[in-house]
Structure formats: C-alpha cells, structure tokens
Design a protein around this ligand. Structure first.
Ligand code: XLS
Ligand code: NI
Ligand code: NI
Length: 441
C-alpha cells in the first residue's frame, strides 16, 4: 500500500490531462472539454468554472450501510501528517485535471482536535499549507463551508439545535471557516443545512428552530460585511436526508425563508442536481426559479439515481439533461461568482486511483457538451422566439393595462361583458418544442 511518503505516485500520470478530441480512445484525455475553446464570447473554462470537491474524493472511504471501507487511501488517519499528504494528492489531482477551482469543508481538510481551540489551530495550519500550494499552481477556491452535521454534537441540528451551546459552537465554527475562505480568496461561502431540520414534531419546537436559523444566517451576513468578504453567501437546498424534514427544502422554500428574515438580497442558492430530484423537481426547474427570484448562485453538479430515492451523488453522464440545466444558466447570463462543483463520488467498487481522474474527465466532457449544446440553442433562439410568440398577447393594450395596474376585477368584468370576449384555445405544442430541442442534442 502507498504510504504518505510515496503519495506522489498515487496517480499513474504526472502531466496534466490534455484535450485530444472525440476520436481519442485515451481514457486520460478530454474528448469534448477544450478549456480554451471559445463559445458564446468566452472560453469554455470561464463558462463552466469547474471545481472538484475535497470530501467525496479524498475523505469518503467507500462505506455503505452494508459494508465498510473499500478505498484504502494512504492519507487516511486523523493527524497533521496525513492531512498534508491528503492535500498533496488533492492538489496533484486538481493540477492533473486542470480544474480551476476546488471546494472544502473544515472537517475534510483538518484533523478534529480535542477542543475547539485545537481544531482551529489545525484548520489554520492546513489552510496556510493550501495557500502555499495555491500560489504555486493555478488552483483557486470556489467555496468553503463548515461541516455542521458529521460530529455527534450536531446530531440534533447546528443553528436549530435545542441547546444554545451547540448554536454557539456552530457559530464559532462558521466564523473560523469564513475566515479561512476569505484568507484563501474564496469566491463564495456555502451553508448546507445538513441537520437543520427535524425527525418528529413530537419533540420539536418548529417556530423556535426557524427563528434561530434566521438569526444564524443574519449573523453570517453581518460577519461577511464586517470582514469585507466580497464573495457570495449561498444556501444549498435539500428536502430530506439526513433529517426527515430539512428546513431548506428547495429553492422556493429557501426564498420564503430569506424573505421572512430579511436576507433575500444578501443570500443566494447553490443548487444540486440530486437534491432537486429528491425534492421532486428537475434540476433546470430549480435553476430557472432561482434565476427568476434573483437568487441563482452556483451549482453542485452530480446525478441522482431516479429509482433509489436517496442522494447517490453520481458523476453526471446525461448530456441532454445537463444541456437543459446550462441552458437556464446561460439564459440568465451565466455564472457570476458561482461555478460547476462536482459534488459527486465514485461508486465504491471503483478502487483504482485513476478512477478519480476518469470520473472527472467523463463528467467534464459531459458538461462541455451540455454547455455547447445550450449555447447553440440560445444563439439560434428557436425556443425563445416561439415562447415570445406564445405570450405576444401581453404586448397588446389589454395585456399591458393588466400588468401596469390599470385594470381591476371590476373593469375586466365590464370589458369581457362589453366586448363579448371569447378566448380561443391554441396549442401549447410541447411535442414541437421537444422536437426542436432534440435537433441540438
Ligand atoms: C450533501 C451536500 C453537501 C454540501 C456541502 O448532500 O450536497 O455535500 O454540498 O456541505
Ligand atoms: Ni452539495
Ligand atoms: Ni448532496
């Protein structure tokens, strides 16, 4: 087995993966992702803003409810030497893949100390180690986040825990990880409410928990302004898992929460494909709704198994689905501070080190195809011009008067009576729209 000392041999290659085009049969090459290719006015890399995540790639041991570790990584072990060895391999992978960004939780990167003080010391030490590496290679931080769900102290929630000491511990943790994110030039800060929810109403004060979560999020925003962090604060919605009822169920629920606590101009969303599916939505629905509400921020790209009913975090492999997601993203102007983070993990039988590379290469190729498809659809405007036509009535007098407030129920009642208005139904033509989309795939 590899030890931390020979971790430089972890992957089979030493030089970054290249674009070789779709006819290449080299698994360690990009077939569709040509980072420099210009699409819609800028290079693909700048559209997609890929990030690899720390947790699934370097922390997850391959366990499932029926079996233990399948990945025997040489850096497994809770101490600084292993944490550095893990960072060495992580940054090696970012470099080989040429992903511009990465994302991490505090608990992914530093050993847990036996006090908050010790954990904080470890976090600072490791993030300083990151800073050195980030200076040497072109890898940036898309977002940082704190793990407020794995340790048993958070079993009944973090900000929504019945015990204010846990709230305080969570607040201290978020403050420290925001500091690290700021230090590393992170472009966003994510809060996924891992255990912000409940199992049963019988032991839960729902109203108190929501108010506490509202206060917590306001503290995050206050602190962001206090330190001058220019990145975006993002909430990541998910309907259930780990708790039965998660408070940040989906984009619409998060928006309601933000409005209730005065945060709708301060906080945006990080939308994950698998979470959208768990909530009974499509990925593109969640993106389109967030765009409409002005809170679209970033995406966690992955793929849920449509039959299993839980968050399987697979790497994406369905170009038409991915294309529709990027279509919504491009339509609203593309990413600003956000990007495409692969919150995806290998299947537990994929135990070769190079499987980590292959998984990302495949996924990046799928995203590149999806984005290019979406860009062509948008450029040719076939769908948009048909939609405009479908709503054309709203450009005429009556439609305009309704929208600008010149009409009331009474005046419309009178108008319908006087002019004997009889709306004629016309086709929604869904199959035609679907046929048009298929031409681009
Ligand atoms: C879990 C979430 C998590 C967040 C970051 O389901 O996707 O990985 O992205 O805490
Ligand atoms: Ni996620
Ligand atoms: Ni997830």
């Amino acid at each position: 087995m590899l030890t931390p000392k020979n971790k430089q041999d972890f992957f089979s290659i030493k030089t970054p993966i290249k674009y070789e085009g779709k006819d290449s049969d080299n698994p360690l090459s990009y077939k569709y992702y040509n980072a420099e290719e210009f699409v819609f006015g800028k290079p693909l890399a700048e559209h997609l803003r890929f990030a690899a995540c720390y947790w699934h790639n370097f922390v997850w041991p391959g366990t499932d409810p029926f079996g233990g570790m399948t990945f025997e990584r040489p850096w497994f072990g809770e101490d600084i030497v292993n944490a550095k060895a893990k960072a060495d391999v992580a940054f090696e992978m970012f470099k080989l893949l040429g992903v511009p960004y990465f994302c991490f939780h505090d608990a992914d990167v530093r050993p847990e100390g036996d006090s908050f003080k010790q954990s904080l010391y470890n976090l600072e030490l490791i993030t300083d180690y990151f800073a050195e590496k980030m200076n040497k290679q072109d890898t940036r931080l898309l977002w940082g986040t704190s793990n407020l769900f794995s340790n048993k102290r958070f079993m009944s929630g973090a900000a929504t825990n019945p015990d204010p000491e846990v709230f305080a511990y969570a607040a201290a943790t978020v403050k420290s990880v925001m500091d690290s994110t700021f230090k590393l030039g992170g472009e966003n800060y994510v809060l996924w409410g891992g255990r912000e929810g409940y199992e049963t109403l019988l032991n839960t004060n729902l109203s108190k928990e929501l108010d506490h979560l509202g206060r917590f999020m306001n503290m995050v925003v206050e602190y962001k302004h206090k330190i001058g962090f220019k990145g975006t604060i993002l909430i990541e919605p998910k309907p259930q898992e780990p708790t039965k009822h998660q408070y940040d169920f989906d984009v619409a629920t998060v928006y309601g929460f933000l409005c209730r606590y005065g945060l709708e101009r301060e906080v945006k969303v990080n939308i994950e494909q698998g979470h959208a599916i768990l909530a009974g939505h499509s990925f593109e629905h969640e993106i389109a709704l967030a765009s409409t509400l002005g809170i679209f921020g970033s995406i966690d790209m992955n793929r849920n198994d449509y039959q299993s009913g839980w968050d399987t975090d697979q790497f994406p492999n369905n170009v038409p689905e991915v294309a529709l997601a990027y279509y919504e993203i491009l339509k609203q102007g593309g990413f600003k501070t956000g990007g495409t983070n692969f919150d995806a993990k290998l299947r537990r039988q994929s135990i070769n080190p190079d499987d980590l590379l292959i998984a990302h290469i495949g996924a990046m190729d799928v995203c590149a195809r999806g984005l290019k498809t979406a860009a062509t659809m948008l450029k040719e405007g076939a769908l948009i011009s048909k939609i405009d036509l479908r709503y054309a009535g709203w450009e005429a007098k009556m439609g305009k008067d309704i929208v600008d407030g010149s009409h009331s129920l009474q005046s419309l009642h009178d108008l319908v009576l006087e002019e004997d208005i009889r709306p004629t139904p016309y086709s929604g033509q869904q199959e035609l729209y679907e046929m048009i989309v298929n031409r681009y795939m």
